[in-house]
Design a protein around this ligand. Sequence first.
Ligand code: PAF
Length: 283
Amino acid sequence: MKIIHTIAELRATLDAERSAGRRIGFVPTMGALHGGHGQLISTASESSDCVVVSIYVNPLQFAPDEDLDTYPRMLEADSEVAERAGAEFVFVPSDGEMYPHENWSTVSLRVVTEPWEGASRPSHFDGVATVVTKLFNIVGECAAFFGEKDFQQLAMIRRMASDLNMLVEVIGVPTVREDDGLAMSSRNLRLTAEHRAQAPIVNRALRAGATVIDEGERDPAAVEATIRQVLATAPAAAPPDYVAVVDAASLRTPDVVDGEIRLLTAVRFGDVRLIDNIGVTVS
Ligand code: PAF
């Protein structure tokens, strides 16, 4: 596996791969790779001829009070995870390589970015859309793999690639979970033992919502109430930032539960904020 630091070298390398008829799989990350990232990379390597993983902690998507400076940077361990999962190239640009001068251009989407995570982190999705656009322009034609764990981010990127005719096929990869259902995340390591023991309630609550839909409930408010009731049984869980029953493409709450639906929530345990979601198809 080769580590590449410059845009020019990555472009030349991937152009040569494409000229040799190889399909590129791309997994953008901010490093601190865990089993969920490993799954993204191995899924990418199953359907691509050559996988490139980017590791870049993007300052544009952090608010001033967020953890940009303390965000874990561990290139050696990350390279091992990437290589084991099947990556051929790891792209690790510096800030100067990605933003050589003040950034005057922002990619910004409406509708899908406005509620839920967007409501509590106002400039976050602009930062993600902008850096992902830059990365797509750098990597070129490819299939790009994103985890369903950050479902609103995935929905935004799908829409962006379609709205802007990007030469990228956006592929969502199911969330990897611990045995007790907790979605894998680098944040889980910061949970206290008591909070870790109660955190699987997040997934259990969402599954309870899916169950009432399977049993015939079609009122989004009733499904939401079920999820909230289950979350309230965990004494260490703060009242959720949101519980949402949404259309999987627009992330808007429908009048009636129908079609591709996503159940989303964000819940704090102490100072650790966990997000999770599951999908339900109603036909
Ligand atoms: O999901 C992430 O790790 C980041 O938001 C991404 C897509 C790599 C953009 O910085």
